[in-house]
Design a protein around this ligand. Structure first.
Ligand code: 8YV
Length: 332
């Protein structure tokens, strides 16, 4: 049976999802792409109509070598790793996977908030290292989560879910930044909108959940950190480059802020010699925001549904550059 479509798939698809794609297209599947198989990947991409994968970096130079490409379905809600403007110029549809990961990522943010406030990793290591000799005293105490002021930088879907956990679960007053007011959060949670400077000065825990783009690059820099309370903690489930990492390291070293809980970093994987890995008041996680079995499967399924829907013409579920879909596909 001649299959009209060629698809390149990179990591994270289940057998069932791969079968669904193979039923309607020739699929070149790569468990991962690195220097050892990049030439094979580019050869496959040069013939591909669709590309699906998780956090796959696609440069404009790579795009230029994919003349038949029509749809890119990223298995992620963030798409800062993809050249959106170049894709749109080429009339290539980009789809992402919002919503299905919102609650899991908000759970991750709260796991970091709890671990950071209560020094969980540091004290777990103390027990493991045989350091628990006597009664745990003030030198090992953490600080409360309940009742503390939670500042959400970026009250989008994920930020709102974090705010709900804080307000409804832990009785936390909520401050938030957003391009426009969020009446639902204000009515439901009593959340109050602040500009960034005011939020940083008033929050006990500052949680970053903004998309990464030119406007949010190094949004949290040395000046921003200097506005925070010395007793405050910074939690980041957005993107590493939203924070000026050297400035954060300096602020932590000098005690300008008390602690940090980080799931994302300027360079990933985080270099083993990063000071962030060696500080007791910093909890680090390997970008596991959406990394549960259930959620990653739902994300991959949504990406498959996006890709198939766009190619067969029934339409994507969650397009990013929807105008491309309207302009290029729906008139086809
Ligand atoms: C993972 C994320 O990086 O969805 C995003 O934007 O950052 C995380 O969910 C993604 O799942 C990788 O595919």
């Amino acid at each position: 049976q001649i299959k009209p479509w060629r698809i390149v798939a990179v990591r994270r698809l289940s057998e069932a999802q791969l079968e669904a794609l193979s039923g309607m297209a020739e699929v070149d599947y790569f468990e991962d792409v690195d220097a050892s198989n990049h030439a094979d990947f580019m050869a496959a991409l040069s013939k591909a109509h669709g590309l699906i994968g998780g956090k796959l970096k696609l440069s404009e130079a790579m795009l230029a070598k994919a003349p038949a490409l029509q749809v890119v379905a990223t298995i992620s809600v963030g798409y800062d790793h993809l050249p959106l403007e170049a894709l749109s110029r080429r009339g290539i549809l980009l789809c992402n996977t919002p919503d299905v990961l919102t609650e899991t990522t908000a759970d991750t943010a709260f796991a970091l908030i709890m671990a950071t406030q209560r020094r969980l990793v540091e004290l777990s290591n103390l027990v493991r290292d045989g350091g628990w000799h006597a009664h745990i005293g003030p030198e090992h105490f953490g600080v409360d989560v309940h009742g503390k002021t939670l500042g959400i930088v970026g009250a989008g879907r994920i930020g709102a879910a974090i705010a709900r956990r804080g307000a409804l679960g832990f009785g936390m007053p909520i401050l938030y930044t957003a391009a426009s007011p969020k009446p639902a959060l204000e009515q439901e949670l009593g959340a109050q909108r602040r500009d960034l400077e005011a939020l940083l000065a008033q929050a006990d825990i500052v949680c970053l959940s903004v998309p990464y783009n030119a406007d949010t690059h190094h949004l949290i820099d040395a000046d921003a950190l200097s506005l925070m309370k010395p007793t405050a903690a910074l939690v980041n489930v957005a993107r590493g480059k939203v924070v000026d990492e050297p400035a954060l390291i300096e602020a932590l070293r000098r005690g300008r802020i008390r602690a940090a809980g980080l799931d994302v970093f300027a360079e990933e994987p985080l270099p083993a010699d990063s000071p962030l890995s060696a500080m007791d008041n910093v909890v680090v996680a390997p970008h596991i925001g959406s990394a549960t079995h259930e959620t990653r499967d739902a994300m991959a399924q949504l990406a498959v549904d996006n890709l198939v829907g766009a190619l067969v013409g029934s339409g994507p579920l969650t397009p990013v550059n929807e105008d491309v879909w309207r302009r290029t596909f729906s008139e086809a």
